[in-house]
Design a protein around this ligand. Structure first.
Ligand code: RIB
Length: 314
C-alpha cells in the first residue's frame, strides 16, 4: 500500500534534559561520584515531534522556549531536524524548560521538571496556529503545558475534524473527563492509567479493567503503554494486546514519546491501527537500547533497516 505523507501537529513542551547516569542514589546530605553526565534535547512534546519528524513526517510544533541560550539551541535542534518552528515562541525574561534526570544502571529514570516557558503556552497560541493545525492528520498533546491549553487543542481538534491523541503524562489527578473524552486516542502508561481511573493496575486483569473503564466512560480508543510488556489497545470492540519487542535496556528516557511519535507518523500515513502500534512498539524498544531521549530515536532509514532485520529473524 502506498503511504501518504503524514502531517503531525504537536502542542506541547520543549525542554533541555540534564542527565546524570548514577550507580546509586545519594541520600540527603551525602555527596557521591556518578560515572557520566549528558545534556540533550527533550520535553515530551518536543520528543514526540522529533520522533515523527525523524521518521519522515511533516511536523508543526506549537511550543514556547525562554529567551536564554537553551531556547536558542532548542530552536536550532528543531530546525536541524526539519520540525516547523513558526509557532514556537520565545518568552522574555523566562528560562527554557529543563528536566533534571537521573538514570540508574537498569536504565530506569527519575525526572524533575522546571516548566519555565512551557508554563506560558496559552490557548491563544493554539488559535494562532489554527491554519497549520487544521491541516494536520493528528495533533499530539501531553501534560507538560497548562491544562487550559491542552483542553483548547482538544476542542480545536473536535471543531475542525482533526484527530487528537492525549498522552496524559506526567500523570495529573485533576483532569476534566469531559475534555479527555474529546480525544480520539488517550495513551497513558500504567501509572497514568491508575491515576486517571483511580483503579489498581498491578496485574494484567487490573490493567484491562482500568482500560475498559475509560472506554465505558466514552473514550474512543485507549492505548496503554506497558514498557517491556508491550502495549494494550482498548476500543468499544474489545481489548487487543500488542506484544513487546525484547531488548537490553540502557536508558528508558523518552521511550513513551518514541512510541507516540512513531505511532502518530505511521497511523497518519494510513497504516492500520494495530500495525502502527506494532511499529511503535519496535521503535520505542530500539530507543531504550541507546542513551537519551531524542538522540536515541532512529531515523526513517535506520528504522527500516531495524524492521527488515527483525523480519528476517522472525
Ligand atoms: O518523556 C521524557 C521527557 O520527560 C524528557 O525528555 C524530559 O524532558 C521530560 O519532559
Amino acid at each position: 500500500m502506498t503511504e501518504k505523507r503524514p502531517r503531525i501537529g504537536v502542542v506541547g513542551s520543549s525542554n533541555v534534559d540534564v542527565v546524570t547516569y548514577i550507580e546509586r542514589m545519594p541520600v540527603w546530605g551525602e555527596t557521591i561520584a556518578a560515572p557520566r553526565f549528558e545534556m540533550s534535547f527533550g520535553g515530551k512534546g518536543a520528543n514526540q515531534a522529533v520522533a515523527a519528524a525523524k521518521l519522515g513526517a511533516d511536523v508543526v510544533m506549537v511550543s514556547k522556549v525562554g529567551d536564554d541560550m537553551l531556547g536558542e539551541n532548542v530552536l536550532g535542534n528543531f530546525a536541524a531536524l526539519g520540525v516547523d518552528t513558526k509557532h514556537v515562541g520565545r518568552v522574555a525574561n523566562q528560562t527554557t524548560g529543563t528536566a533534571t534526570i537521573l538514570v540508574n544502571p537498569a536504565g530506569e529514570n527519575l525526572i524533575l521538571i522546571v516548566k519555565g516557558a512551557n508554563g506560558d503556552l496559552t490557548p491563544a497560541d493554539v488559535d494562532a496556529a489554527a491554519a497549520d493545525l487544521s491541516r494536520c492528520d493528528l495533533i499530539l498533546l501531553q501534560l507538560e503545558v497548562p491544562l487550559d491549553t491542552v483542553y483548547a487543542a482538544l476542542e480545536f481538534g473536535k471543531r475542525h475534524g482533526v484527530k487528537t491523541m492525549l498522552n496524559p503524562a506526567p500523570a495529573l489527578r485533576a483532569l476534566d473527563r469531559d475534555k479527555v473524552r474529546l480525544a480520539s486516542f488517550v495513551a497513558p502508561n500504567e501509572t497514568e492509567l491508575a491515576i486517571l481511573t483511580g483503579l489498581p493496575v498491578e496485574t494484567e486483569e487490573e490493567v484491562a479493567a482500568a482500560a475498559n473503564l475509560l472506554i465505558a466512560d466514552g473514550i474512543e480508543t485507549v492505548i496503554v503503554t506497558l514498557g517491556a510488556r508491550g502495549a494494550l489497545l482498548a476500543t468499544p470492540e474489545g481489548l487487543k494486546p500488542i506484544p513487546p519487542v525484547k531488548v537490553d535496556a540502557a536508558d528508558s528516557t523518552g521511550a513513551g514519546d518514541a512510541f507516540i511519535g512513531s505511532f502518530a507518523r505511521y497511523f497518519a500515513a494510513g497504516v492500520s491501527l494495530e500495525a502502527a502500534l506494532g511499529k511503535a512498539t519496535r521503535y520505542a524498544a530500539d530507543s531504550v537500547t541507546k542513551r537519551g531521549a531524542q538522540k536515541s530515536f532512529a531515523t526513517e532509514a535506520e528504522f527500516k533497516a531495524i524492521c527488515a532485520t527483525a523480519g528476517r529473524a522472525s
